[in-house]
Design a protein around this ligand. Structure first.
Ligand code: CO
Length: 460
């Protein structure tokens, strides 16, 4: 039997892709000790949209969540997803912020930092990789997988070599949209194994129904492991089921080192959680059905569930098909960026605006303009010249690394917050999401004042 690693994603990608990351720490805290006994290589539990969702919707301190998971899961590696220079947000932060934030993530409990850049412009992951390595974490360099006339295997292999040269200890092929076919996966993993001396992990989504087959071929091609989700949070825009993959792979000679009895306990715990979010409408069963259209649209899971909720909020859900058809056109105009955060949101919003206003690029989003100026890195392919001219006029886009020109953010933020920040982590939360963090600090202080007043009354 060959050893094969499983990463469980229920606490991050599964809930992000199925229900917009609305799971509170109280929803899963009681199962962490059991999960710790399952035998996963790692549990992906932080990063991605969890940080924003904690502050914005759940009134939780994301750092406290991380420490709580660490405390209740001492034996399993904790994994996070980091958007390179974008950290967990939607724009590029300064290098000092990226260094501090990455180091703080490792210091507060993260073992493996999976780092990607939405454009596969690896200049944008270097600072985070270096900070992760100096803090003693495992830096997992990531290649975002997409299909386009300009993306081919040679391009991905070149990226893999660059990731190895950067000092990353492992490599991830990240297929956000679940569009990587079993054949493509087999060929790509094989090519990377030939060219690069790093363990290769494969991440995909079950959106198009290919994922189970793709994972099997990943194993056969010599991948080191895959990402799965507990059964009741698996399928659709989420990952394939952990228990099913472990069962099938075991028969094929791959030892995942995972205890099926514990997987069952974990899943039993999450069934009522899933049910609660389904009943209150947060978990929309729409995201669970297989959508082969995604092979055309290449819309990742989280993006699809966001689009559905945004269009519903605007009473325009009947425009979904039109928006889905507009997305690949916008993508082409922008030089085929992979659809992953923040590009997925930016392209999604621009496509929606193009459809809802009834005229393409009548209004161009601020972020799309920044993208065209080169502030997110180099576009994989050429940007539509007409669109580029409309945004840039006679100016040329930035060629260097955008963050090079950003002044340090930490000292100013620290001075501005004064006593509101109780730690450097508060300052980092504020830099990452200023409005949400300020609101959180205010709420926290109010809650504490309330608790204090109750205590006094009790003493009386
Ligand atoms: Co994902």
């Amino acid at each position: 039997m060959s050893p094969f690693a499983i990463t469980e994603t229920v606490l991050r990608d599964a809930q992000q892709s199925l229900m917009a990351t609305r799971m509170a720490t109280s929803d899963f805290k009681d199962i962490l000790e059991t999960m710790d006994k399952a035998g996963y290589r790692s549990v992906e539990c932080w990063g991605g949209a969890t940080f924003d969702a904690c502050l914005r919707y759940l009134h939780e301190d994301p750092w406290e969540r991380l420490r709580a998971i660490r405390a209740h899961m001492p034996h399993t590696k904790l994994q996070m997803l980091l958007r390179g220079q974008n950290l967990l947000g939607y724009h590029h932060y300064s290098d000092d912020t990226v260094r501090r934030f990455t180091a703080a993530s490792v210091e507060n409990g993260v073992d493996i930092v999976r780092i990607f850049d939405a454009l596969n412009d690896l200049r944008n992951i270097r600072t985070a990789v270096e900070a992760c390595l100096s803090a003693g974490g495992e830096a997992q360099g990531t290649v975002c997988y997409t299909l386009s006339p300009i993306h081919d295997q040679a391009m991905y292999v070149a990226l893999g070599k660059e990731i190895q040269a950067m000092g990353c200890q492992s490599l991830c092929i990240k297929d956000m949209a679940g569009i990587m076919s079993p054949r493509e996966c087999y060929d790509l993993v094989s090519a990377l194994k030939d060219a690069v001396d790093l363990p290769v992990y494969v991440h995909t989504h079950a959106t198009t129904g290919l994922a189970y087959m793709t994972y099997l071929k990943a194993a056969e091609a010599g991948a080191a492991g895959i990402d799965c989700a507990t059964s009741c949070f698996s399928g659709g825009t989420s990952q394939p089921s952990t228990a099913s993959m472990v069962y099938a792979l075991g028969q094929m000679g791959f030892d995942c080192g995972v205890d099926p009895a514990v997987l069952k306990q974990v899943d039993d715990f999450f069934v009522p959680v899933q049910k609660k979010f389904a009943e209150n409408g947060v978990f929309d069963p729409y995201v669970l059905s297989t959508k082969t259209d995604a092979l055309v649209y290449q819309v990742p899971g989280g993006m699809l569930s966001n689009l559905v909720s945004q269009l519903k909020a605007q009473n325009a859900i009947d425009k979904l098909d039109q928006v889905l058809a507009e997305i690949p056109k916008v993508r082409k105009d922008l030089g085929y960026p992979p659809l992953v955060t923040p590009l997925s949101q930016m392209v999604g919003v621009q496509a929606t605006v193009n459809v809802l206003l009834g005229e393409r690029y009548k209004s161009i989003g601020k972020e799309i303009q920044a993208y065209i100026r080169g502030e997110y890195g180099t576009a994989p392919g050429p940007i539509d010249p007409k669109l580029q001219r409309r945004v840039l006029g006679d100016q040329s886009p930035i060629r260097g690394r955008y963050a090079e020109g950003l002044a340090p953010e930490f000292p100013e933020a620290q001075a501005k917050l004064g006593g509101d920040a109780r730690s450097d982590l508060d300052v980092l939360s504020y830099i990452a999401f200023p409005q949400q963090a300020e609101q959180f600090f205010t709420d926290r202080a109010m809650k504490e004042a309330l608790v204090a007043s109750y205590t006094i009354r009790e003493v009386e």
